[in-house]
Design a protein around this ligand. Structure first.
Ligand code: AMP
Length: 191
């Protein structure tokens, strides 16, 4: 199985690239942000709880996020592999993901980080906010908060997988096709 973590700051193109990688490699795309938005759309208690954090640009607590992720993975074990998008975002989530993979006799193949500068990200998110319907993309203060959380809590996840020689960087600036080609080159090296 090929189990990838697509990593990078908000607005780095993870969702866009994940959709294309799913087609090429036949993986199941799991985006915790999408799972939360689905719960919010259905007005579930989990959705209501998640929304209170998401609207402020904060992380949803690990216990909630890890539980939801585990359910999704365990309900879909008959796949060619997973592409995790927006997860893990903390060291605790990384450790929980590794434990889950071990439980399934699996492991994370690689973490691929999309490299994009902060100013580019703010511009992209404000642009996305015009059409995405996402309240967290509309407010520059919330965007800056999300970038701050990424720098403080999430970048250590890159180093966590680097200690196992699993972290890779790919330039996240360029056309969607160029970035996709660069991602595939890295992935094919790990197949
Ligand atoms: P995203 O769609 O990945 O940009 O996530 C949108 C928001 O959902 C984030 O700003 C967080 O509030 C929340 N979220 C998504 N994934 C996670 C995660 N792995 N851990 C904690 N919060 C998350």
């Amino acid at each position: 199985m090929l189990n990838l973590i697509l990593f990078g700051p908000p607005g780095s193109g993870k969702g866009t690239q994940a959709a294309r990688l799913v087609e090429r490699y036949g993986l199941l795309h799991i985006s915790t942000g999408d799972l939360f938005r689905y719960e919010i759309g259905n007005n579930t208690p989990l959705g209501l709880e998640a929304k209170s954090y998401m609207d402020k640009g904060q992380l949803v607590p690990d216990s909630v996020t890890i539980g939801m992720l585990k359910n999704k993975v365990l309900a879909n074990t008959e796949v060619n592999g997973f592409i995790f998008d927006g997860f893990p975002r903390t060291i605790a989530q990384s450790e929980a993901l590794d434990a889950l993979m071990t439980e399934l006799d699996q492991s994370i193949t690689a973490l691929i980080a999309l490299d994009v500068s902060e100013e580019e990200i703010v511009d992209r998110l404000l642009e996305r906010g015009k059409t995405s319907g996402r309240t967290d993309d509309n407010d520059e203060a919330v965007i800056r908060k999300r970038i701050g959380v990424y720098k403080g809590e999430t970048t250590p996840v890159y180093d966590y997988y680097a200690q196992f020689d699993k972290s890779i960087r790919v330039d996240g600036i360029g056309s969607i096709d160029e970035i996709f080609t660069a991602l595939c080159l890295e992935i094919d090296r790990h197949l």
